[in-house]
Design a binder for this molecule. Sequence first.
Ligand code: XMP
Length: 513
Amino acid sequence: MNEQIIILDFGSQYTQVIARRIRECQVFSTILRFDTPAAEIARLAPRGLILSGGPNSVYAADAPVPDIGIFNLGIPILGICYGVQIFAHFLGGKVEKGTKREYGKGTLTLRDAKCPLFRKLPKTLQVWNSHGDKLSRLPTGFKAVAITDNSEYAAIEHPAKQLYGIQFHPEVAHTPRGKEIIANFVHGICRSGSGWTMRHYRDQAIEEIRAQVGKERVLLGLSGGVDSSVAAALLHEAVGEQLTCIFVNNGLLRAREAEVVREVFGRHFKIRLQYEDASDLFMRRLRGVTDPERKRKIIGRTFIEVFQAATRRAGKARFLAQGTLYPDVIESVPIAGNPAAMIKSHHNVGGLPKKMKFSLVEPLRYLFKDEVRALGLELGLPAEIVNRQPFPGPGLAVRVLGEVSRKKCDILRKADAIVVEEMKSTGWYYKIWQSFAVLLPIRSVGVMGDERTYDFTIALRAVESQDGMTADWVKLPYDLLERLSSRIINEVKGVNRCVFDITSKPPGTIEWE
Ligand code: XMP
């Protein structure tokens, strides 16, 4: 990645959004910790630096500070919010402890239309503010470029040194022209060209994989989810026959999941696919278990066992490939109040023990989720796989409440297939984070035809979310809910009632177990 912009992270919840915006300008961006040494940054030779916002005050005892050497690297720097306050603090300016927080929409008025950060932008702009402290004296050599009602120094610049600072957040959607401000910095000021596309990434990743792997063999645990599927397609293109994908059927998959994987990867891509049907073993171990955490642990442990045995059968291989994504790799800044810091503590059923002696290949480790989807399309994967909603590692086991059995999984699979089909045909599937059915362990009385029924209940769940950490329930149209309910009750034997879950996260979780 020779042409890049580096973002130093001071703990803002928006740091990843800044990285995304830069990549939308077709320029590669990397997030590093706020205290990364200047020498390390110099070694990476970025075109420019962005200092992110953060929840702290520059006066806090543990305020995060950058290596002052960054100001002597001779590259343009843009400070955003806390980012500008911290550099002003060091370069002779003054930051005033705010008495009230400036939060929400504001109007920015340009005073200096020549500032390259605001090139081709109107004299007044809507911007989004979220800060407590504010600049009250310019740092040495700087001039004010724009003001808001609350601040004389909403945007400042030191043209000779190419240092820029803004108090508002250009990266969020509430600053509608913010993308252009970022593009002005990236292209106009840092002079980065715009060649970083998924085709470019793919070509480069293939070269890197070949250089890393040489003539050795690579194994990959293919789940059929977006990440492992894209990793498989990419690795196959890079090393062909040297790749073996292991697909474990745990009996807890959705309808047609195993068939689609075999069809797409085995028959279409002609990838060496080792199919492991371990559904009997999983079902046996889950018999009689009702506690959600125990269910998860059993599934996690069994998966590792099955996968390990499968790798032994696959023959000698030096590498194990994983579909790790960039958000899992970024070393989050452990600052109180930074929600990004929590995002890591996530369920990872596929987490393999360290004692498995493989070297790792992680070809997606620089990508965000939607970039992985774009790469998948670039590699020719079908939209059905690339646009899949997330599906939990323990599969249907966390959606069959209480004891899991093959029979209950079959009921849920049928109901779930109807949900997927209806959500896809109405377009809702692609608009939201997740939509699925849950089988409740209670039965209730109903009447079908002339007969009394005493059957199970299906709960429908549809949620909107950015990252799975918080979620809102989706207000699906009544006619769609009605169709889902009537199809499930009519077509799925054993179900006579449908309910709709209207709980957001928090306080609920997305999955029911
Ligand atoms: P919860 O239920 O914790 O789910 O609100 C948040 C998101 O994570 C998914 N999920 C999992 N994903 N392994 C996974 O790979 C798991 O064990 C697991 N549990 C939940 C869930 O589907 C939602 O998108």
